[in-house]
Design a protein around this ligand. Structure first.
Ligand code: PMP
Ligand code: GLN
Length: 386
């Protein structure tokens, strides 16, 4: 492994999922639902396969049906217009979108200001590009109602070497949804310092209660400097299909497209047709999915509180971040490695998503995108920790 990547071994998600399989534990670690997405979307994939749509190399930027559906989705939901031919690019999941975008936009030596704790691929892709990351840490507010962004810290993180801001809302792993005030500050800073913004919005439809997902690209001055990343995996419960996308201004998307050509060339065909249909599902699908997840959040949240965890209530995503200090524990990684043995549950230590290993040392993340009986069983098992 080259020096740029020497610090990156196996991702925590693979490590913890392997531990779940090896120990027969309930896997509340890696974020994937245990029930597949809508039947009609699966049928659409089967139809595409049978009809021979997408069985040979599809067009590089993605099949026109899907690019049009993505553009319509952005217009209908957010009033954002993008040209499906030049401002939309289909990728192999958001993971490829992140990699291709960072490789396209960064020069060696550039700095990237990124929210911390950060989704693990950000750090690896910044390193692949030869750039360096400058974290801005989200911290629980004093009432512990939500993790929030310190706007002064954000300003202070920008230097003359900063090339772009890497944002993620709704945020994995904290479940925070950035507010209009926070997003406005990000946008103003980007304009003032002439920065690009890459915003990972894969959890855009997974927001609860009063929280509202506001795409950064909708704020003044952002449309021309923002690359927005989306994914069908989370919204439609097909994480294995690996259909993601990038939208943004033509020059930016064109740069990302250049890189994508040499990473995967094109994304798998038949699933693209199926996701084009999924994006046209009526609002009732999105509302129902959200309501179901909100209920699951509360089910697992109550279980975690009853078991003794400090629970940071998420406004979005399908993750709950907790603190293990009440158990007299301080090391999330050691805690997560021992958890299967102690009670047959797997979780993710947030500590691996921080540059400063002390920052998130006692935070553990649990996924609630699981059947109710699985969440009940997990909560019962976790009560044994007391
Ligand atoms: N970004 C974030 C914040 C994620 O949590 C994930 C995991 N799904 C991804 C990107 C990757 O998405 P995909 O599975 O579409 O590659
Ligand atoms: N995004 C998912 C999570 O945070 C996992 C994706 C992966 O395994 N890379 O759990």
């Amino acid at each position: 492994l080259n020096r740029r990547l020497a610090d990156f071994g196996t991702t925590i998600f693979a490590e913890m999922s392997a531990l779940a399989v090896a120990t027969g534990s309930i896997n509340l670690g890696q974020g994937f639902p245990d029930q597949d997405g809508p039947e009609e979307v699966r049928e659409a994939a089967v139809r595409a396969l049978r009809d021979g749509r997408g069985n040979q190399y599809p067009p590089g930027p993605g099949v026109p049906e899907l690019r049009t559906a993505i553009a319509l989705h952005q217009a209908r939901r957010y009033g954002l217009s993008c040209d499906p031919d030049t401002e939309v690019l289909v990728t192999a999941g958001a993971t490829e979108a992140i990699a291709a975008t960072l490789l396209a936009l960064l020069e060696p030596g550039d700095e990237v200001v990124a929210l911390e704790p950060y989704y693990d691929s950000y750090a690896a892709c910044i390193a692949m590009a030869g750039a360096s990351r400058v974290p801005v840490t989200l911290r629980p507010d004093p009432g512990q109602a939500r993790f929030r962004l310190d706007l002064d810290e954000l300003r202070d993180a920008v230097t003359d070497r900063t090339r772009l801001l890497l944002i993620n809302t709704p945020h994995n792993p904290t479940g925070t949804v950035l507010t209009r005030e926070e997003l406005t500050a990000i946008a103003e800073l980007a304009v003032e310092r002439d920065l690009l913004v890459v915003t990972d919005e894969v959890y855009e439809h997974l927001v609860f209660d009063e929280a509202e997902h506001i795409p950064l690209a909708t704020l003044p001055g952002m449309r021309e400097r923002t690359v927005t990343i989306g994914s069908a995996g989370k919204t439609f419960s097909f994480t294995g299909w690996k259909v993601g996308w990038v939208t943004g201004a033509r020059e930016l998307v064109s740069a990302v497209r250049t890189v994508k050509q040499f990473l995967t060339y094109v994304s798998a065909g038949p699933f693209q047709y199926a996701i084009a249909e999924a994006l046209r599902l009526p609002d009732s699908y999105f509302d129902g999915f959200r309501a179901d997840l909100r209920r699951k959040r509360d089910l697992l949240g109550d279980g975690l509180r009853a078991a003794g965890f400090v629970v940071y209530q998420p406004q979005g995503t399908y993750f709950i971040t907790t603190d293990i200090t009440p158990f007299g524990e301080k090391d999330a990684y050691a805690f997560c490695r021992a958890l299967p043995e102690r009670c047959g549950v797997v979780a993710i230590p947030n500590s691996v998503f921080y540059d400063d290993p002390d920052a998130g040392r006692s935070q553990v993340r649990f996924a609630f995108c699981k059947r109710d009986d699985v969440l009940d069983e997990a909560a019962g098992r976790l009560r044994r920790l007391a």
